[in-house]
Design a protein around this ligand. Structure first.
Ligand code: F6R
Length: 279
């Protein structure tokens, strides 16, 4: 894992946006995996600025979002489709054909989830998956106890997640109880991952994800099994890391190295290519 510690939220957001922008510049038909929540908002704002200032073309990019609440129509202001339109898609001019989100209103979630996985495969797989982390250790909506090999499915949200997300709704009772989400197994198949954390509320879970044991009790820890994860946080979220000084040293020492693996640009060279092709 490439652990990077930035002084504050704006610096981490800028650095993360630069990773995405450089990918799209080098691979204009990149497939991006996207997250919602408050953490990636700064990344998206910087990406919009970079796209405008540097005339970065997103017209051939395809996106897949990690998750969507069950029972919320796309038009609901707190649906993840609405979040993405507001925070990224409208400003970049991304069309509905380019952007894929699970439908929270599907009457057949199992088929909806299977079709979503098939679409990811048809798009050639995800080049870079953006992630946030829940205070209970979830990634996407893979809550504690999720299979680390899990696929896209309907899940029940943990009470902690419902409480955490109540801030986006009028009251806690309005937070949907279920969601459809990529599984940890789906996420681990992305060619590279970029996970972000900010603030003191994430300090414990960030240290466990990076330095604790791999466990389904903390699904984000499964990222330790992925060959290329960039983990960027602010200093406060990094404050409980035991090896923080080493990560900073590593960041400086490797500053001239590519930020993304060569197999993002040459997928046939992915060390997992044979395993992924057999799916
Ligand atoms: C949302 C998602 C979630 C969030 C997580 C952190 O698409 O995948 O896993 O990343 O709940 O949310 P924030 O960033 O609001 O703390």
């Amino acid at each position: 894992m490439y652990v990077k510690i930035e002084p504050d939220y704006d610096a981490l957001s800028q650095r993360a946006a630069r990773v995405v922008a450089d990918l799209v510049r080098r691979k204009p038909n990149a497939v991006l995996g996207l997250a919602t929540g408050s953490t990636p908002e700064g990344l998206y704002a910087h990406l919009i600025r970079i796209a405008r200032d540097e005339k970065l073309d997103f017209s051939r990019v395809t996106t897949f979002n990690l998750d969507e609440y069950e029972g919320l129509p796309a038009s609901h202001p707190e649906s993840y489709r609405s979040f993405m339109q507001r925070n990224l898609f409208d400003a970049l001019g991304l069309t509905n054909d380019q952007t894929n989100l699970l439908s929270g209103m599907s009457s057949d979630p199992a088929t909806e989830c299977a079709n979503f996985e098939a679409k990811i495969r048809r798009a050639g797989g995800i080049d870079l998956q953006i992630l946030g982390i829940g205070s209970d250790g979830h990634i996407a909506f893979c809550e504690p106890g999720s299979s680390l090999a899990g696929r896209t499915s309907l899940v029940a949200l943990h009470p902690q997640t419902i409480a955490d997300n109540a801030r986006f709704f009028d009251k806690e009772d309005d937070v949907p109880r279920k969601a459809m989400t990529m599984g940890v197994g789906t996420i681990l198949e992305a060619r590279s991952c970029l996970i972000l954390a900010k603030g003191s509320a994430k300090a414990d879970v960030w240290a466990k994800m990076i330095e604790g044991p791999v466990s389904s009790q903390l699904p984000a820890s499964a990222l330790q099994l992925h060959p290329w994860v960039i983990a960027i946080s602010d200093t406060v979220a990094a404050s409980k890391l035991k090896h923080g000084d080493y990560y900073k040293h590593m960041d400086r020492e490797l500053a001239d190295q590519p930020v993304l693996p060569h197999w993002v640009f040459q997928p046939e060279l992915d060390p997992r290519a044979a395993m992924l092709a057999s799916r």
